[in-house]
Design a protein around this ligand. Structure first.
Ligand SMILES: [Zn+2]
Length: 132
């Protein structure tokens, strides 16, 4: 599936997931993404209206739909990392390049790429390509 999300929305989804249980509020998001609070507020409102996140008592969570998007972004990210590093690109450079496109990829194409790469278990940083 392709999702209509922006780079900032992508970074926000990843930040929420990676906080692994640490309760994130609006000001945390602003800090992590290095944006002003009113900008963070707009971003959060947009993600809420797309039903990607929800707020409970000011704490921001991914919805199940948000978690699905996260998993697809991460799988695209790590599969593309494997592809680039196999081609000789160093892993830091690969990571930095792929952050620009991982959230735009179509999942069906990524699944095909994953298989053609021989079902890689981990990305160059040792993290599982399939997160679930
Ligand atoms: Zn990476």
């Amino acid at each position: 599936m392709e999702y209509n999300i922006t780079r900032k929305e992508r970074d926000c989804i990843v930040a929420i997931h990676d906080s692994s249980g640490f309760p994130l509020r609006l000001f945390n998001i602003a800090e992590i993404l290095n944006i002003k609070r009113p900008t963070a507020y707009e971003l959060i409102k947009r993600l809420e209206s797309k039903e990607i996140i929800e707020r409970k008592n000011g704490v921001i969570y991914l919805t199940p739909y948000g978690n699905t998007i996260y998993s697809e972004i991460i799988m695209a990210h790590r599969t593309l990392e494997v592809m680039l590093t196999k081609s000789g690109v160093n892993s830091e450079r690969a990571c930095e390049q792929i952050e620009k496109i991982d959230y735009l990829m179509d999942d069906t194409s990524i699944q095909k790429l994953f298989i053609s790469l021989g079902n890689p278990q981990t990305c160059p940083h040792g993290k599982p390509v399939k997160s679930n």
